[in-house]
Design a protein around this ligand. Structure first.
Ligand code: SF4
Length: 361
């Protein structure tokens, strides 16, 4: 199909095929690709406003069986000097600090612990909600849910139901990386596969749980695999029951591999602002049924984040009071609430503080 016809199809909100997505990504002049995504952004969000959020990322344990090649954060259960699990006292302190900074949401993630079954998570969530009943729990991710279900001998539905009963509010789209089993077998040999990731999300959507979707690009994947990943997300979103939130947002960022096994074994490209802007743009173009696209300043820097707001993104994400996984692989970007709003204004937008469900705070 000619480029003009592809532009018309994308602007009409039609589903692009993988071949069409690859054609747009590889052969469109960068300025035109970003402008196309920006135009589509205003069909979803007509106002010149950009949302942001205050939350705290708490990694409850670093003990993990997955052994992802890109992860410097995890260790095995036998590495006693490195392994930790958060204590109730530490958790209470983190919640108090979050409240003082005006936040009300915990992004709770950790490793695939070999011994923790559903009861550990039920106790953890109940402890959090008894400390602060109004705190929102955006917790775990599809690989953790699939892992907990397996070691607890429960179905995904039973696992999610019990987690919701214990206090889970929303499910982040963590652990997707690239949803291709060729890639996952190399990068994350012990992690649930892409079908399990998708199955957990489908079940969460059927149960009315709001989620997000992610992608980590720029390692051993092909452009086709990136576009197939986006199309899989679009297909999962199309299956969600009417009136349920499904994927509220999509977030992509470049792989960080400083000092990782991935960096030792594979020659991967350094983060590239133009590549990131193209990824934000193609995500907005392919994901014609997901409302919000994040700019991902944490890994790529706030200046590129500002440009992403002109390339299809409408959300700057969270100020991230604490982050341990990508920061252990070389990321040093930090932002406070004032700087976040200033950054959004400098980019030409009015900032608005949001909740996890994209309602105003
Ligand atoms: S990225 Fe997550 S699943 Fe992979 S090794 Fe690190 S903690 Fe484990």
């Amino acid at each position: 199909m000619q480029q003009n016809a592809l532009f018309t199809k994308a602007l009409a909100g039609d589903n692009l095929t993988c071949i069409e997505g690859v054609e747009l990504f590889n052969h469109t002049n960068v300025r035109e690709l970003l402008a196309l995504a920006n135009e589509i952004r205003y069909k979803f969000i007509p106002e010149k406003k950009v949302s942001w959020q205050i939350d705290r990322n708490v990694n409850y344990t670093n003990i993990c069986i997955s052994g992802c090649l890109f992860c410097n954060f995890h260790c095995t259960i036998s590495q006693k000097e490195r392994g930790y699990t958060i204590t109730p006292g530490e958790l209470r302190t983190k919640i108090e600090e979050l409240r003082k900074l005006g936040g009300d949401q915990l992004l709770l993630q950790g490793g695939l612990h070999p011994l923790y079954d559903i009861t550990y998570y039920e106790n953890l969530f109940q402890e959090i909600k008894s400390t602060d009943p109004l705190i929102k729990l955006n917790a775990l991710g599809p690989p953790e849910v699939a892992h907990i279900a397996r070691i607890s001998k429960l179905t995904i539905k039973e696992t999610l139901s019990r987690l919701v009963a214990a206090g889970l509010d929303t499910l982040p789209g963590a652990g997707a990386e690239i949803l291709s089993d060729r890639v996952r077998k190399i990068l994350s040999p012990g992690k649930p596969d892409s079908k399990q990731w998708a199955d957990v999300m489908r079940e969460a959507h059927r149960m009315g749980i709001g989620t997000t979707a992610t992608m980590v690009y720029g390692h051993i994947e092909t452009i086709e695999e990136r576009i197939e990943h986006l199309i899989l997300l679009r297909d999962i979103q199309a299956e969600k029951p009417l009136g349920t939130p499904g994927f509220r947002a999509f977030i992509c960022w470049p792989m960080q591999n400083t000092g990782t096994k991935l960096g030792e074994r594979y020659k991967t490209e350094a983060s590239n602002p133009v590549e990131h802007l193209k990824m934000v743009a193609i995500s907005r173009i392919i994901l014609n049924n997901i409302s919000h696209i994040q700019a991902s300043w944490l890994t790529i820097g706030m200046e590129t984040g500002q440009l992403a707001l002109h390339s299809g993104a409408d959300d700057m994400g969270s100020i991230m009071i604490e982050e341990n996984v990508v920061s252990s692989a070389g990321v040093k970007n930090r932002m406070d609430a004032q700087r976040m709003q200033q950054t959004i204004r400098e980019a030409g937008f009015e900032p608005w503080l949001r909740n996890q469900d994209y309602t105003p705070r």
